[in-house]
Write a protein that binds this ligand. Structure first.
Ligand code: AMP
Ligand code: GLY
Length: 430
């Protein structure tokens, strides 16, 4: 089987690494990929993974590539091409592609849609309203005592959420989005949610339009600095599983969140074949959904795929074919930890082109894999090329072992200005 992966981050490197292990895969392309993806090989025949310089959002060129090279399946990593309707476009041309179509991708692409869907189908979430005018938005925020999350409706590179703790903060946030258009058209409509208090988890469920197979739990660390201080980022590290939701809790998630979500999709004619990633807050009243994403998480994928025992090609195929009901997901009992190494300054501005050393040494450590995110090759040298640079991932018999192994690997790696959190998984071990 020949596969094309779309995307260029740590998530896509983890997907490429795992898919390349499949005995079904004889060729793998990644558009546009990164320097780490370009070092992978298919286990079956040793064929190198080929990075193709086409942007993940350049739908016409991706279509032309697939029509010429005929991969048997295209696997979409990031949210934006999904929101642009890449799945619908490929279907119109009779091409197989994994990921939700445009209508199904609305769970992530429109927070208003997701919020109203949850309300229609009784899925536990934060109390919320949606607004296009500042005055009623401010009145709603005031009724919550100013303690609210102000969210741009559309995709805003993961930055469209402003957490507020007072009426002054809420008013400023509302004006920034609705009046000053801080996120452009994405913020022309906003959702305001009450602030939920509790422990935040990442959940993933693979779906085939009929069933949703829940993964084990993972937890991301969204803030830039230790102790959950600093600015929100795309995610500075993950671990799986978490001790904060046990098997009974996961069964509750299935029953209270996924089952009504599936019934709602069926009722509304939404054919979701892809990955549903609910961000969940474990509150005193049980798990509540903060948001839905319609793709694999980054860096959640790095720890999930380190633990997944199944052949991922078979799972994605079943998700496309609507035959997931026959599959059982199998997970290693080991824990996995991913520590993101970022460029100094991230999530603000940062330098690029800094040489990275120690990658081979880190990868030689047992039960360790360094996933690349923002990297590039210049001659013989791998250099930094983005905000999140590497996802240093390790697994072990328990969380403490996995955490120690991940930080042991981080010690091997250097680049000027490297920035990483020293407390990934620490809350779970406390
Ligand atoms: P989102 O992009 O919706 O996940 O929001 C980004 C981050 O803001 C989440 O990961 C949470 O940490 C936080 N957040 C979002 N909504 C809420 C809420 N209603 N209450 C508390 N925290 C929230
Ligand atoms: N881990 C955060 C995200 O993928 O959105």
């Amino acid at each position: 089987m020949k596969l094309l992966i779309i995307g260029s981050g740590g998530r896509e490197h983890a997907l490429a690494w795992k898919l390349a292990q499949s005995p079904h895969v004889t060729h793998l392309w990644c558009a546009p990929g990164n320097a780490g993806i370009a070092q992978e090989h298919c286990a079956k025949n040793g064929a190198p993974v080929e990075c193709v310089p086409i942007d993940a959002e350049d739908l016409p060129r991706l279509l032309a590539f697939v029509q010429e090279y005929r991969p048997n399946l295209t696997v979409v990593g990031p949210d934006h091409p999904l929101a642009l309707g890449i799945v619908d476009l490929f279907h119109q041309h009779g091409l197989r592609i994994w990921g939700p179509n445009r209508k199904a991708a609305q769970f992530e692409a429109s927070k208003v849609f997701a919020q109203q869907f949850m309300e229609r189908h009784g899925i536990p979430t934060a109390r919320a309203g949606n607004f296009t005018e500042a005055a009623p938005a401010k009145a709603f925020a005031a009724a919550l005592g100013g303690r609210c999350a102000v969210k741009a409706d559309g995709l805003a590179l993961g930055k469209g959420v402003l957490l507020c703790h007072s009426e002054v903060e809420a008013d400023t946030a509302i004006e920034a989005l609705l009046v000053h258009r801080a996120f452009g058209a994405a913020g022309a409509t906003i959702v305001i949610q009450e602030l939920l208090v509790g422990t935040e988890l990442s959940l993933h469920a693979l779906c085939d339009g009929r069933v949703a197979k829940l993964f084990p739990t993972a937890q991301d660390h969204k803030r830039a600095l230790d102790g959950d201080r600093g600015l929100n980022t795309g995610g500075m590290g993950t671990y799986s599983p978490t001790p904060f939701l046990d098997a009974i809790g996961l069964a509750m998630v299935q029953e209270r969140i996924l089952d009504p979500w599936l019934r709602g999709c069926a009722a509304e004619g939404i054919d979701f074949r892809g990955l549903l990633y609910p961000g969940v807050m474990l509150t005193a009243d049980g798990p509540k959904v903060l948001e839905f994403n319609a793709r694999f998480g980054d860096p959640e994928t790095q720890v999930y795929l380190a633990r997944l025992e199944n052949d991922l090609v078979e799972l994605l195929d079943a998700s496309v074919n609507g035959t997931l009901g026959r599959m059982e997901l199998a997970w290693k009992p080991e824990s996995a930890v991913c520590v993101v190494m970022a460029s100094g300054g991230y999530p603000g501005s940062y330098a690029k082109g800094r040489p990275i050393t120690g990658l081979a040494e880190a990868n030689r450590l047992p039960q360790t894999k360094v996933f690349h995110a923002g990297t590039a090759r210049v001659g013989d040298q791998i250099v930094t090329a983005g905000g999140r640079v590497l996802g240093v991932t390790a697994w072990g018999k328990n969380l403490a072992t996995a955490q120690a192994a991940a930080y042991r690997a981080v010690e091997e790696i250097t680049f000027e200005g490297a920035q990483f959190r020293r407390d990934i998984a620490a809350k779970a071990l406390a």
